[in-house]
Write a protein that binds this ligand. Structure first.
Ligand code: HEM
Length: 455
């Protein structure tokens, strides 16, 4: 038998050197992955100037620890991030700050604790079975797995967090999110330059999107309220709508509840959907990995009643998911604005500097990984030395680490195992697929796949 050839990926990046502010702003609008120059993948720190502000691309562990774990009070979300995400996420968990954030985090986090994973696994398995049955029964020869995985992730988010089938809302919800990320969600030059208090021209148009989005989430909440029961809390909706501030005893306001639910639906499915897409895309190009995945799933019952018990046995599948999150991290960068000047692990950060801690860069850094461009799930198998804690950050780190990380890993592992158990998956063509950073790491087009049922 011949040895399988390793799958080697390309790493799109900016041109080397010091680009002008306009060139950086254009990259941030069109494809934010292209703001990172080749030297960022070799060095600890890259500095450049952006309209009088310093931008720092930071790869040094001590500096990352300082900013994301130790001195978080000094580092805030940037005005551009707020402008881009606020129309969809409002003042929910992801964008809130200070005391407000602490209260929201305390309220939301228990719903995503390890003990709730068995319940979640059941929802995931049930929704995935339905998707697999739909794909198997479809007359389409060529399948768009990006759309299929985004739809499945949305269904899982709706079922597991809010006990709702999302079918009725899916077209409008997906249409709104994809339309927004392709258009007004992209930052203009003024989005970077104007203080947050002064609306940019795009902010005015974003208000219209916000009104439509709030209306849609309001309808979802209204449907869920009709299903309310007087019994013990059933799901995240019950927890959120009855959660009281420990100090004031106040409930979430109606507006606050909309923002929380909007955040969890949007952040909870868009990222996991693309993670699943990239996992399947990689596996379709690496038949040896795919066969090993199929062999792992073959002997296991992945159905809803057994999903929680089977998870620890999906060791190879989980390693494939982790490797896909390394190569195509859905959150390609974490960005912070420094309030005051600071020393971050020996790196001088001036007041007002914008710091990029970028999984896209860290995960492909030549000094942090052996053969970073090779797809090799074995890096994450038990017995292999784990990556440096600050070299692998698909979910961030510190107090603002992703609240849904366990949820996302559980979901991605079960869905990948079930898909590969059901189908042999191949790419329908050899056209290159390029990653594009717009809010999340998307493919530049939805490639088509051939699905052949395994039995
Ligand atoms: C593969 C899937 C996912 C990835 C790669 C991902 C990535 C991230 C990252 C990197 C952060 C930290 C951002 C920062 O520090 O600025 C974050 C925060 C967050 N994520 Fe995720 N996420 C995923 C899935 C989910 C899911 C399933 C949910 C909810 C159900 C979720 C909800 C959130 C929320 C609410 C925050 C803000 C937490 C806070 O600020 O306290 N994410 N995510």
């Amino acid at each position: 038998m011949t040895e399988a050839q390793p799958l080697v990926l390309s790493t799109p990046h900016a041109a080397a050197g010091a680009p002008s502010g306009r060139v950086i702003a254009k990259a941030l609008r069109d494809n934010a992955i292209l703001v990172f120059p080749p030297e960022a993948f070799e060095e600890d720190v890259v500095r450049r100037s952006f309209f009088g502000r310093q931008q720092i691309i930071l790869n040094r562990a001590a500096g990352i620890h300082h900013i994301l774990v130790e001195n978080t009070e000094n580092y805030r979300r940037t005005p551009a991030t707020m402008r881009m995400l606020r129309p969809l996420l409002g003042n929910g968990l992801l964008l809130s700050q200070g005391e407000d954030w602490k209260h929201q985090r305390r309220t939301v986090a228990p719903a995503f604790a390890a003990r709730t994973m068995p319940l979640l696994a059941r929802h995931v398995a049930r929704a995935t079975e339905a998707t697999v049955a739909g794909l198997a029964g479809s007359a389409e020869r060529h399948v768009d797995l990006l759309t299929a995985m985004q739809s499945l992730a949305l269904e899982i988010a709706g079922n597991s967090m809010f006990s709702l089938a999302m079918e009725r809302y899916r077209p409008e919800l997906r249409d709104l999110i994809t339309g927004y990320t392709a258009g007004l969600g992209r930052p203009s030059l003024l989005d970077f330059l104007l203080p947050l208090a002064i609306p940019s021209p795009r902010d005015l148009a974003r208000r219209r999107v916000r009104r439509r989005w709030v209306g849609l989430i309001g309808r979802i909440i209204a449907e869920r309220r009709e299903k309310a029961s007087a019994e013990a809390p059933r799901d995240l909706f019950d927890l959120l709508s009855t959660a009281r501030d420990p100090e004031t005893g106040a409930l979430f306001s109606a507006e606050g509840l909309v923002d929380q639910i909007a955040t969890l639906i949007a952040a909870g499915h868009e990222t996991t959907g693309v993670a699943l897409f990239w996992s399947l895309w990689l596996v379709a190009a690496a038949p040896d990995v795919q066969e090993r995945l199929a062999a792992e799933g073959e002997r296991l019952d992945l159905g809803p009643d057994n999903a929680a018990e089977v998870l620890p046995k999906l060791v190879y599948t989980r390693a494939v998911v982790q490797e896909a999150l390394r190569l195509y991290p859905p959150a390609f960068t974490i960005v912070r604005l420094a309030k005051h000047a600071d020393d971050a692990g020996g790196i001088q950060v001036p007041a007002g500097a914008i710091v990029f801690i970028a999984p896209w860069v860290l995960h492909r850094h030549r000094r942090l990984w052996v053969q970073p461009e090779v797809f090799d799930p074995a890096r994450f198998l038990p017995g292999t030395p784990p990556p440096d804690r600050f070299a692998y950050l698909p979910f961030g780190v510190g107090p603002r680490v992703c609240v849904g990380a366990q949820f996302a890993l559980t979901e991605a592992t079960l869905v990948l195992a079930t898909m590969i158990k059901a189908f042999r998956i191949e790419r329908a063509d050899d056209d290159p697929v390029m990653p594009v950073g717009i809010v999340t790491t998307q493919p530049d087009h939805p490639p088509l796949f051939l699905l052949q049922p395994r039995r």
